[in-house]
Write a protein that binds this ligand. Sequence first.
Ligand code: PEP
Ligand code: MG
Length: 755
Amino acid sequence: MALPPGLAVRGPRSLLRQIREAMAGAGPAQSKLNSVVRIIARSMVSEVCSIYLRRASGEMELFATQGLDPSAVHVTRMKPGEGLVGEIMRQGSPIALSDAPAHPAFSYRPETGEDPYHAFLGVPLLRGGRSVGVLVVQNRTERVYTEDEIEDLQIIAMVLAELVAQGELLGETELKDVEIAPHKPERLRGVRLAEGIAFGQAVLHEAPVAPEQLLSDDIAGEEERLRTAIKALQAQIDQMIEGQRGIIGASYEVLEAYSMLAQSQSWNHSLEEAVHSGLTAEAAVERVRSEHRARLGQARDPYMRERLHDLEVLNDRLLRHLSGNAHGPRNLPDDAILIARNLGPADLLEYDRTKLKGILFEEGSAASHAAIVARALDIPCVGRLQGLRDRVSEGDPVIVDADNGEAFLRPRPDVVEAINARIQVRAQQRAEFARLRETRADTRDGAHITLLMNAGLEIDLDILAATGAEGIGLFRTEFQFMVAEELPRITAQTQLYARVLDAAGDLPVTFRTLDLGGDKVLPYLQADFEDNPAMGWRAVRMGLDRPALLKIQLRALISAARGRELRVMFPLIASVDEFRAARSMVDEEIAWAQRRGRPAPRLLHVGAMIEAPSLLWHLDALLAMTDFVSVGTNDLMQYMFAADRGNPRVSDRYDPLSPPALRALKTICDACSDTGTPVSVCGEMAGRPLEAFALLGLGFNRLSMPPAGIGPVKRMVLSCDREAARRGMASILKGLAGTVRNEVETLARKLNVTL
Ligand code: PEP
Ligand code: MG
């Protein structure tokens, strides 16, 4: 069948111009919309052109039509997912059919009078990767729409989406009820990834292009801008590949993938096409990105999702080149709340830390690298907020209530007031804790309690001095591996450990060897599926079975420590034989370094983490061979109570302030005191004042905790009479209930302990 002389020949440029002219005229919004569908129908040589927009209820309503019965306008409504229009909305991609009524999803609406039409082409009105409506053309004959026509209609749809969003095609009242941009207050439930609360304005990690930048008459000029920006982007990637600068931990392969994508014909071609049709270079990037997102966004395949991420990174960089701000951090308001699907290892570090007040993720898990970095930067962060990116627009006021794992979008004034009050109280507390920084953590009766900090990233080192911690009691070395995109080599490991020791100066640092496996999986290390990963092949088990990785790490630690004190401990030791084997690997590596004439550490302490309950009944053997031990209560509790710490349905079923848990801890503390083995507690409970009070009462005097815990725990220590706490805890330990939290709290209050 011969194609009619449609857009495929002329391109959408003249059409866009006509639309612009129609828009510029005076008159009511509905008549402008009517002109727009008339112009599109004429240009596409179609008998019908209709625009459907999404109502706040989720229904798709016919807003304007050329060719269908005009009385159906604002009457015909499709439920979400209903008919071809609903299908296009759901998929976020076009549907082209030569005989639409034969399609199973076709929904016949008699009021529209669409009986005579066969050919159907519908495209989504995409804005920031989200469908806000559908644009449809229909023809009487069973014609086939060409690729070019589909592409052209998509470009028009993109421009329409922006025009609608700006209120240019709809009246004020109409716009209010159309789901272009959500405007009602909403409360989304997610999970806490980094604690704290914040109130600010939404900054979309993938920001949409401003509508005033959509169209341009200067095609040659835009083509030139695009070419220059792509060239600059390619040069930047090449430079990164050479120097591996700019992206922390980014691997060669990832940069190579970026480079290949940047040079790919299809990406370049799609961009050029879009500019050629009359879009600005920025709008062209947005257009191509929207389509990729819609197409790949629903993919479940991790490989496809990774590719989508690569494309997002590339598009962002290209937009920054176009805005002339390629290298600096993105401009942020002073109270930015970052909104993203998820972030790659380096992304978060590209934002100005001082302006980033909170983060919300549609995906993300506590073990994801972005969550680790957010915790290290002490930025409140909530993840797994379903539908987040659909529900928030750039600049929306947003509350991050990470303490309760919630987000409030466009909150009501009373909610803002309540949150602001909480933020103020926190700020006052922080100021108070900062004043305590230089104060020694001694109890009222003169017992010194050593407060240490848990760390794992280089950025943690910046706050070591600010917390007043007496050292790092747990350096989780796997974080470096988790935020990198490939296995860190020995030089990178050595450099990190040396920098940690430099930053700590005279303060002790306890490095824990790799605690991978379980929920800490590395994308670049193939892991076998395990039914029960928390009890599976993880931590020191991996290190002993595949010694190469552990050997390299020990070598890096030894070489970083040269002439200084080195403290190493092994995670998840479950039997003394494992500790013996691990310790002998340290000895072998020391001997290896000495044979090569390398300076050995000045002092070496090798310890075990007590995380497996089995060790409780073999402490006599364990303590005889360890220089120190540290109790990892996070894991110890999960194994004692058989409750997965990562599963919110079971993780709160038990209380560490319970007789069995406290008696177990006391057994460890007493055995260490009998043998003179230094012992610390480094699980999260050590950083919570009430739990830390209980630990003091059991006899512990070394606690290692997240940085934010040090101030509150020090305040508790300063107000505590240690001997009285010990006496009180001794009787609480005899308790018969499953939890003794209330009793511990009553004791603390009786002793005037500040919690
Ligand atoms: C623990 O298990 O208590 C611990 C400190 O280690 P992690 O939380 O890293 O497993
Ligand atoms: Mg652990």
